[in-house]
Design a protein around this ligand. Structure first.
Ligand code: CIR
Length: 408
C-alpha cells in the first residue's frame, strides 16, 4: 500500500483538494436559548450563508482546488447498509440518548432514510415533532420533555478545519473539546475508514478521536516540511499535543513541533484565530500575541523518545530561528490599531486561508487588514461574509486542506 493521497507539507502550498461542508438546516435549528452552548453568537440567515459559502467554494474551485463536501462523502459511505447501521448506532451513542427504547425508536426512524437524506438529517439535528410516532416512555424523557430536540444540530460543522488535520501524508482525526462539536469528527472517521478515496491509500493516523485529550485543527499549522506549529489553547491540551508529536515523529519526516502557549479564552479559541501563514516568510498575527510568548519545542530523541525544550521569546525571533528565515514579516490584524484590531479580529481578520504562497482568501469586511495584506504584496481574494462570520470562524476555519503542492 504505497500510494498516498493526502499531502500537506505547508500551510501555503498551492491548494489542490479541500474538504468543506455547505451550511444546511442545522443553522435553522439554532435558537437563542442555546446559542452559547452551540458556540454561536448570533443566528445566520441560511439562504445568504449558503450563497456566501458557495462563493467561497467557487473561489477555491476556480483556483484549482478539488472541492469535496463532507456530507456527500458521508452519504456515499452510508449507502452500505452494514456501515449505515453501525454509524447510526455510534451517532446515537454519542448523542446522549439514555433510554434504550428512545434509542431504538430513533434508530428505526433514521435507518429508513437513504444516504444523503440521512447525512443531512443527522447534521441538521432531529426535532421531537419530526418523529411524532415516538412517545415518551421513561422518566428521563418525561423530565426533559420541554427540550425541542432528540438530536442536537451540528451548526459548527462548516468549520471543517477543526475536526481533523492533514499533516504530511497522514492525519489526525480530532477529539473535540466541546460537547457541541464532539460528534463532528465521527463523520470524518467514517469517511476515512470507508470512503473509496481512502481505499488502498497509505494515510497514517497521528491521533484518533478515541484518545483521551482534546485537540482541534484550528490549532494545527504545518509551517514547512520539518516543522508543525500547534497551539496549546482553550481547545487543545498539552497531553494531546505530546501524544500526536510522538506518533508524527515515528511515522513522518517532521522534525519538530512548536507548541505556542496562547491565552485560554474564546477570543483566542484556536491558534489560527491569532496567527496564520500567508507566504514563506509572512504571517498574519493578532497584536495580542506580540509580547514575548511561551514556546515549547518538541523534537525526536533516541529510541523513540522525545525532547522538550522551553523558551520565552518574541514571535518574530521564534519564527526566524525555528524556520531559519533571515526576515519575517508579521502583518498585524487591523494594522495594530487597538479598536480596528479588536473589531476585525472578532470577524476573523487574522484567519486567512492561503491557497498558494502569497495568495489568500479573506473576509471582505476586514478591509483594513486586507489593505494591509496587499501593501505587503499579498494577493487578497475577499469574499462576503455577513452571515457565515456569525459562527466566529474565517476562511481557514471553513476549510480542511487535503492536498497541497509542496514548496520547493
Ligand atoms: N479554527 C477556528 O477558529 N474555527 C472556528 C470555530 C468556530 C466555532 N463556533 C467554535 O467555537 O468551535
Amino acid at each position: 500500500m504505497s500510494r498516498t493521497f493526502l499531502n500537506v507539507t505547508s500551510d501555503i502550498g498551492k491548494l489542490k483538494a479541500v474538504l468543506l461542508h455547505r451550511p444546511g438546516k442545522e443553522i435553522e435549528n439554532l435558537v437563542p436559548e442555546y446559542l452559547e452552548r452551540l458556540l454561536f453568537d448570533d443566528i445566520p440567515y441560511l439562504k445568504i450563508a449558503v450563497e456566501e459559502h458557495d462563493a467561497f467554494a467557487r473561489v477555491l474551485g476556480d483556483n484549482g482546488a478539488a472541492v469535496y463536501y463532507i456530507e456527500e462523502m458521508l452519504a456515499e459511505v452510508l449507502k452500505d447498509t452494514r456501515i449505515k447501521e453501525c454509524f447510526i448506532n455510534d451517532f446515537l451513542d454519542e448523542s446522549n440518548i439514555i433510554s434504550s427504547s428512545l434509542k431504538n425508536a430513533l434508530f428505526e426512524y433514521l435507518v429508513q432514510l437513504e444516504g444523503k437524506a440521512l447525512a443531512d438529517t443527522l447534521i441538521a439535528g432531529v426535532r421531537k415533532k419530526e418523529v411524532p410516532q415516538i412517545k415518551n416512555q421513561s422518566l428521563s424523557e418525561l423530565v426533559v420533555d420541554k427540550y425541542q430536540f432528540y438530536l442536537d444540530p451540528m451548526p459548527n460543522l462548516y468549520f471543517t478545519r477543526d475536526i481533523g488535520a492533514v499533516l504530511g501524508c497522514g492525519l489526525t482525526i480530532n477529539r473535540m473539546k466541546t460537547e457541541a462539536r464532539k460528534r463532528e469528527s465521527l463523520l470524518l472517521k467514517y469517511i476515512y475508514e470507508h470512503h473509496e478515496i481512502f481505499k488502498d491509500v497509505y494515510a497514517p493516523l497521528w491521533y484518533t478521536r478515541d484518545m483521551a485529550y482534546p485537540i482541534e485543527g484550528g490549532d494545527q499549522i504545518v509551517l514547512n516540511r520539518e516543522a508543525i506549529a500547534i497551539g496549546c489553547s482553550e481547545r487543545t491540551s498539552p497531553e494531546a499535543i505530546e501524544l500526536a508529536a510522538r506518533n508524527i515523529f515515528k511515522g513522518s519526516p517532521f522534525k519538530k513541533v512548536l507548541v505556542f502557549d496562547i491565552p485560554k479564552c474564546r477570543a483566542f479559541m484556536h491558534l489560527d484565530t491569532v496567527f496564520t501563514m500567508v507566504d514563506i516568510d509572512k504571517f498574519t498575527i493578532h497584536p495580542g500575541i506580540e509580547n514575548p510568548m511561551n514556546l515549547y519545542i518538541i523534537t525526536p530523541a533516541a529510541s523513540g523518545q522525545i525532547d522538550i525544550s522551553y523558551q520565552t521569546n518574541t514571535l518574530e525571533k521564534i519564527l526566524k530561528k525555528e524556520l531559519t528565515l533571515n526576515e519575517v514579516d508579521l502583518i498585524r490584524c487591523g494594522g495594530g490599531d487597538p479598536i480596528v484590531a479588536a473589531r476585525e479580529q472578532w470577524n476573523d481578520g487574522s484567519n486567512t486561508l492561503a491557497i498558494a504562497p502569497g495568495v489568500v482568501i479573506t473576509y471582505e469586511r476586514n478591509y483594513v487588514s486586507n489593505e494591509l495584506l496587499e501593501s505587503h504584496n499579498i494577493k487578497v481574494i475577499s469574499i462576503r461574509s455577513s452571515e457565515i462570520s456569525r459562527g466566529r470562524g474565517g476562511p481557514r476555519c471553513m476549510s480542511m486542506p487535503l492536498v497541497r503542492d509542496d514548496i520547493n
